[in-house]
Design a protein around this ligand. Sequence first.
Ligand code: SAM
Length: 234
Amino acid sequence: MEPNQDDDDAGVDESSPQEEMITTSTHHFGDGDDAFSVTIIESMKEEYGLFVWPCSIILAEYVWQQRSRFSGANVIELGAGTSLPGIVAAKVGADVTLTDDSNRPEVLDNMRRECELNNVTCKVLGLTWGVWDEPIFTLCPNIILGADVLYETSAFDDLFAAVAYLLQNSPSSVFITAYHNRSGHHLIEFLMVKWGLKCMKLLDGFSFMPADKASGLSGNIQLVEIILDNDKLS
Ligand SMILES: C[S@@+](CC[C@H](N)C(=O)[O-])C[C@H]1O[C@@H](n2cnc3c(N)ncnc32)[C@H](O)[C@@H]1O
């Protein structure tokens, strides 16, 4: 897996030796009156949570294109890392909670800095999949987002358990995730059946991407919308 290295405007902040590996990338959405840009802070030193992964760019574009669904919605992003999709959701009027592993305070701190930088107000919460002593019980989202959160098979069950809980807590809600399809859709299908969920929509992640954004990305990325399978619950 490779982080996105083709952001439109990336710059290196060398103001402090300790921060010399900090970069920013700017991501543009729309070209009309409602257009805006989001600046993301990335670190070349850290793993996973402090890069903008390609799935995040694809999911953020989907949020932008579906913005009427997001305006006024209660949105939670799981494993948000640098949080581009969640910040776009906040920009188009959603009430957003950004979450990541509670054992990674540097990722949560980075989210807070990004919210300030982009003039959005999001809640930031440590939420570790498979850990149930967290404020997960108070969350009632309409939409759950997850970009590249299906990357380590050993964590799939914990992630699906958290997603299934949140969908049950808010029964008309939907989980929208962009993921690298490395070994076919079968494992995801198996997990959906196991956790009483079903697929509502499955798209090739590149099918809705503008050419200029798609050209910097690679991989077999799919976007799926998952909801509770009420037939399985009854
Ligand atoms: C591949 S990164 C994707 C980050 C971001 N969504 C993106 O696409 O740019 C996976 C993210 O999942 C988070 N993560 C991994 N295991 C987790 C767990 N058990 N609970 C919560 N978050 C976790 C990581 O900290 C990281 O931010």
